[in-house]
Design a binder for this molecule. Sequence first.
Ligand SMILES: [Zn+2]
Length: 285
Amino acid sequence: MPLVIKKKWVIKMPELPEVETIKNELLPHIVGHRITSITLFWDGIVRQPSAEEFCSRLIGQEITAVARRGKYLIFSLTSSEVLIIHLKMTGSLLLKSALAEPDKFVRAVIHLDKDTNIFFRDPRKLGVMWLVEDKNAIVGKLGPEPLEAEFTPQVLAQRLNNRMAPIKALLCDQGFIAGIGNMYADEALFAAGIHPLRSGKSLSQDEVKRLHQAIQQVLWSAINNKGASVDTYLRPGGELGTAHFQFQVAHYLSGKFCPVCGTSIQRIPIRNRGSYFCPHCQPNR
Ligand SMILES: [Zn+2]
């Protein structure tokens, strides 16, 4: 009997490097352009205000900047309002010519004053759009940005102080640190040699330093490789990212081997999500 490894259907949602790539690649095509109309194929994608008001307030506005905060995309507009988009599990923003036909998974189209439309495609219908006066109403409670200069090893150490939760759960907590999810938390912990179940407060000064460096290194590497297309993630032009080719543990299923020491990669559930790690390189001490 051949060995059959059952793959559990786990969707890898876009994390910081994927959203950063989307921002970078949308920017040159949309900044300075005006929204001429909006087509909503599914009103539920608009969280705030009503779908009708959302469309009427957006039409005619120019997109003046695009930024990322955590896993959110923030579009500044000529009015003082901001359009905020979260792609959740399966959302993508695709740049299409004005002649392109949306498929059945496109929930909204933002038409711009040139031969370009933005398709918000989302098979699982979990993605969300908000139009708000103050972006902090949506993103105000996020933790620090891991790639900004203010995020130092000292800041990480302070935030870990007295935290009993497993370090893996803390890294995925958007209020603890913004933008990291399951994939990059596993990769950062592997790179730092830290077991995912270690409590936040148990990390030594040296381990905090290693973890800080590992977080920045795995995120920058993934941004340089345009994000990880292990699942449904696409870049705005429809291309795949290649960051997953750099992964050491996160894309492994149980039964694969550690690229450093050859030990079987283990999978344990932490807060209902699979965590992949090497029990030899990441001992639970
Ligand atoms: Zn190992």
